[in-house]
Design a protein around this ligand. Sequence first.
Ligand code: ZN
Length: 91
Amino acid sequence: MANHRWFVTAQYVEWAKPADSRVWIAQEPRRVARSLAHAKTVGTVLTACGLRASSWEKLWGCAFPPDEGDICQQCVRIVARAEARTTAWAF
Ligand SMILES: [Zn+2]
């Protein structure tokens, strides 16, 4: 699916290094989380796990969960549950 409801947000991000380009080549913008990666969706200032992320960096091009780096496990659980619920509604 081209669209994703959940994307990565983090307090600190950095530009992906050339060594990481195989992973991020298709991602725009090519930035990666340097701190814990949380999940966020549009229409709220909170992360999936309930943290205020209004001043955090938003990696719109990076679907959550990302392929690498430290990932918030609470966000992983909440997103998985939300996705399961959405799928159930679709049928
Ligand atoms: Zn989180």
